[in-house]
Write a new protein. Structure first.
Length: 509
């Protein structure tokens, strides 16, 4: 433990220097990058908390000795420990400055970059390359593993769909490249690329080690469906991609403001009574009811935590007036719980009835009847007043607990219906979601080839072949890092020699 503590104190100044470097780059860069400045703050806090303490070589080296009054003169910088720390710090700074200043210029393997544009659900165009879904593997190939766990399939690209000259003609032109990342472990060390040739067949995902592989915006929706026994794939769906020419420029950064994001518009518009967002078949009806059930269970969990807190307050309080208020709040919580239990029982009955019905389109009358039935379910929530408690009715169909899950579930099911039963989706629903998906499509395409852009700082300094960049995507339903991109790379000589086991991954933030 003492050795670990000493090591941390060696590293803390370096962490602080990295934070300061990030601030300088963010403030003085062109364009300025305020997100980088914000990300530097935790590093500076860590460096301050774990700064070297008196007696540590780094403390002496950095001039942190404090007052020298009544102390014999020291030359701590001459000790072996201080010299070692100084050399380590100098080497670290030299390496990072070289990485930041590195400019590879135009290299032969930057040639002929392409976009991999995800095709919208239900599109007539169908490429032989795809992202998400399941891979196609040779019969004798086992599903790749890393650190004893099945890896995550990312993409499979048909090499004969790529243009002549891509990667400076270093790579093969037959078969596929299949890309996998670890479910646990290091992206750089444990990502894998495979060159597949010969017969291949679709391979089902293995048993997953935990419920959902990807840290995606759709996980909450998948969990809501799985909680009521709804069959949900543990991975994003398959999106065929169209190969398009690319100028090699880095992808533009999407704004989260409501001015340019169709998803913010969807959030404002969403209402399950609307002709755009209402269920359209028994499958989407089950999903909608499942999201309402998820919302009520989430509300009960929150209510349970508040109830436990109030019970602790009641035990600890010695004030009669405070105890009376807490007891009244507990009684109100019990009444609200009874209201929610009744709503859950009604929703479970409706869900069971829908499960007994075959998978088929629902006509207007059936949907109207379902919405009317759900519209009749209320829960009662208390609001404190000076003269007591006022009980306010809330429609289950409108409660905020279920709203975000309902929106995600509905979009997932519209996508699946467009792939399998497009005739079930109304013209109004199709038009609204295709507008949304086209907006995503224009901003969330993958790329292959071209120069490695500045975001992949350390990988870029190795002048590698840029095999693949896949962004976080609302359309596909996955997220890498902090709404970042996954990059896959290989050294040119390794690619030429077919040493695909030498490829590595990186996350762009």
């Amino acid at each position: 433990m003492q050795r670990l503590n000493q090591l941390i104190q060696y590293v803390a100044p370096i962490v602080g220097l990295v934070g300061i470097t990030m601030i300088i780059i963010g403030v003085r860069g062109t364009p300025q990058n305020w997100a980088l400045v914000q990300q530097s703050l935790p590093l500076l806090i860590l460096a301050l908390v774990f700064r070297p303490r008196p007696g540590h070589p780094m403390h002496e080296l950095m001039g942190m000795r404090g007052s020298s009054r009544n102390k014999p003169s020291e030359k701590a910088e001459d000790t072996p420990e201080a010299k070692e720390a100084k050399a380590f710090l100098a080497e670290f700074l030299e390496h990072n400055l070289a990485v930041l200043e590195h400019e590879p210029g135009e290299l032969p393997h930057h040639a002929a970059p392409v976009k991999l544009v995800p095709l919208l659900p239900g599109a007539k165009e169908q490429g032989r390359s795809w992202i998400g879904g399941s891979p196609m593997l040779p019969e004798a190939m086992e599903w790749p593993q890393a650190n004893g766990r099945p890896m995550l399939f990312v993409a499979q690209i048909a090499l004969d769909e790529l243009p002549d000259g891509i990667w400076g003609d270093l790579g093969p032109r037959d078969g596929w490249l299949a890309f996998f990342m670890p479910s646990e472990g290091r992206i750089d060390d444990d990502s894998r690329v495979f060159h597949l040739t010969g017969p291949v067949a679709t391979r089902a995902w293995p048993e997953v080690p935990h419920p959902f592989y990807f840290g995606t915006r759709g996980d909450e929706a998948r969990e809501a469906l799985a909680a009521v026994g709804f069959p949900v794939a543990p991975h994003p769906p398959r999106f065929p991609v169209a190969v398009r020419p690319h100028d090699g420029s880095p992808p533009s950064v999407r704004s989260n403001s409501s001015d340019d994001s169709q998803r913010f518009t969807i959030q404002r518009e969403y209402d399950p009574r609307s002709l755009i967002f209402r269920p359209f078949d028994t499958t989407s009806a089950r999903g909608f009811v499942a999201s309402l059930l998820s919302g009520q269970r989430q509300a009960l969990d929150s209510l349970g935590r508040n109830t436990e807190r109030m019970k602790r307050e009641l035990q600890q309080s010695e004030n009669d007036e405070s105890q009376a208020r807490t007891q009244a709040s507990l009684a109100a919580a019990q009444e609200e719980r009874a209201s929610r239990d009744a709503a859950i029982a009604a929703l479970e009955d409706i869900h069971s009835r829908l499960l007994a019905e075959p998978d088929a389109a629902m006509d207007t009358i059936a949907v109207d009847d379902l919405i009317a039935e759900l519209d009749g379910l209320e829960v009662r929530r208390p609001r404190k007043r000076d003269d007591g408690v006022e009980w306010l009715p809330h429609l289950v169909i409108d409660e905020f607990w279920a709203r975000s899950v309902s929106m995600k579930v509905f979009e997932m099911q519209v996508q699946e219906a467009m792939r399998t039963h497009p005739g079930r989706v109304s013209d109004a629903t199709r038009a609204r979601y295709e507008t949304l998906w086209r907006f995503d499509q224009e901003n969330e395409y993958a790329t292959m080839g071209g120069p490695v852009h500045h975001g992949f700082t350390y990988s870029r300094a190795r002048n590698p072949v840029f095999l693949l960049e896949v962004p976080s995507s609302d359309l596909v339903g996955w997220m890498f890092g902090d709404v970042a991109s996954l990059g896959m790379f290989i050294d040119p000589e390794d690619m030429k020699a077919g040493r695909w086991d030498k490829a590595w991954g990186d996350i762009l933030n």
